[in-house]
Design a protein around this ligand. Structure first.
Ligand SMILES: [Zn+2]
Length: 395
């Protein structure tokens, strides 16, 4: 009894302070651990406990991660997929490396292709050389744990559970976590954030960290399927939940708060406006909750600008993350800096800059007109210095 009490206390403590970047927030798993069937409860509890075990390792890695200081000229795409064999030892046995043909194992091949598509967006559109901009080897572990209902970035690699694939049809809540390419891209983007702004995983900086991961998660998916802003679903994790669950996905960038509503998972808690900002201490101050606000700002800006979201809105958000924000940036600063970048890239008073200002205002964040130095002429055409910086990836 004493052991059980201690264990429970420890788990609860770590759920609150766990810096591991999981796709399924602990508040959804806690709901499932209360409302699910016996096996669903057991799995939800297991997913919460596994996060706990990897916490210490994750913190050590985060402390080591350096901010990029120089750039290698050679672009290297290097992927390796490992099989954990339903254990939780990382990374597991290598089963597919760069250039190998498909294995026929869906989780292995989806992790391989999804990390390739993510690398491609960052490289081909934003000239970024992998997650750290220095050719970081992309490592993914599949078949992580037994009936593990989550996926995470631990500071140096991705891991994916198989969800409830092994359960009888009617008991299944989650499909395997490599099913949705935006989940793969979301996890890898946590790596990009770690090497750039380094946003701390708490309160508004943490919600921005989550939001950038959702933004580029969606952009990787939209680019893969060649979807313009009005063709995309703007849902994060579509296909993750089985048909047994009343859910479109895990979050909606278009309409935060509407992604799911199910007796076993609860209702989507995301606000889409500052007046509904969550101010409690759950979920590290609402990192997966309040991300709905900057998510919606991105959706609105991208939609107003039109076309393919990764080309203009995505570039504004990417350069803001890379060059403008730091560990403690909040929503107001993110709004101000996206406006600044939009003005530098497209000119003061441009459609793009006005779309960005309008989109933040619609979620309750007003920003001042940016100031651009005389050395960087803007307003009529694209600012040459800004284009140069963007093309050559200079700070
Ligand atoms: Zn995340």
């Amino acid at each position: 009894m004493a052991i059980a009490t201690h264990h429970n206390h420890h788990s609860l403590h770590c759920q609150n302070h766990n810096p591991l970047h999981c796709i399924v927030p602990s508040y959804i798993l806690q709901e499932l651990a209360q409302q699910g069937s016996p096996i669903q409860r057991e799995r939800a509890q297991n997913a919460l406990t596994v996060s706990d075990q990897t916490r210490v390792e994750r913190q050590q890695i985060a402390d080591e991660a350096p901010r990029r200081s120089f750039r290698l000229a050679e672009v290297v795409k290097q992927r390796t997929i490992y099989d954990a064999g339903f254990e939780t030892q990382l990374p597991g046995r290598p089963v597919r490396t760069e250039g190998d043909p498909p294995t026929g194992n869906p989780a292995v091949d989806e992790a391989y292709d999804g990390s390739g598509e993510t690398f491609a967006l960052f490289h081909e559109v934003y000239q970024r050389n992998s997650v750290d901009d220095q050719g970081l080897h992309l490592k993914s572990t599949v078949h992580y744990g037994k009936g593990y209902d989550n996926a995470f970035w631990n500071g140096k690699q991705m891991s994916y559970g198989d969800g409830d694939e092994d359960l009888p049809e009617e008991e299944r809540i989650f499909n395997r976590f490599t099913t949705a390419i935006d989940i793969i891209a979301h996890e890898l983007t946590h790596g990009v954030v770690q090497y750039e702004a380094g946003l701390i995983y708490q309160d508004q900086p943490g919600a921005l960290n989550e939001s950038f991961a959702d933004v580029f998660g969606c952009l990787v998916k939209q680019r893969k399927f060649n979807q313009a802003v009005d063709e995309a679903d703007w849902i994060v994790g579509a296909g993750l939940f089985t048909a047994n669950v009343n859910a479109q996905g895990i979050r909606s960038m278009k309409a935060p708060g509407t992604a799911y509503n199910d007796p076993r998972l609860g209702k989507d808690r995301q606000p889409g406006h500052m007046r509904d900002l969550y101010k409690g201490s759950e979920d590290k101050g609402g990192v997966h909750i309040n991300s709905g606000i900057p998510n919606r700002a991105f959706y609105l800006a991208a939609t107003e600008i039109g076309g393919y979201a990764w080309e203009k809105a995505g570039r504004i958000w990417y350069l803001t993350l890379r060059d403008k924000l730091d560990r403690t940036s909040d929503f107001q600063e993110a709004a101000q800096q996206t406006l600044q970048v939009a003005a530098e890239l497209f000119g003061l008073g441009s459609l793009e800059q006005q779309a960005v200002r309008k989109s933040w205002a619609e979620v309750g964040i007003d920003v001042e007109t940016p100031v651009i130095s005389k050395a960087e002429p803007a307003g009529c055409m694209l600012a040459p210095a800004a284009i140069f910086r963007s093309l050559f990836n200079l700070k």
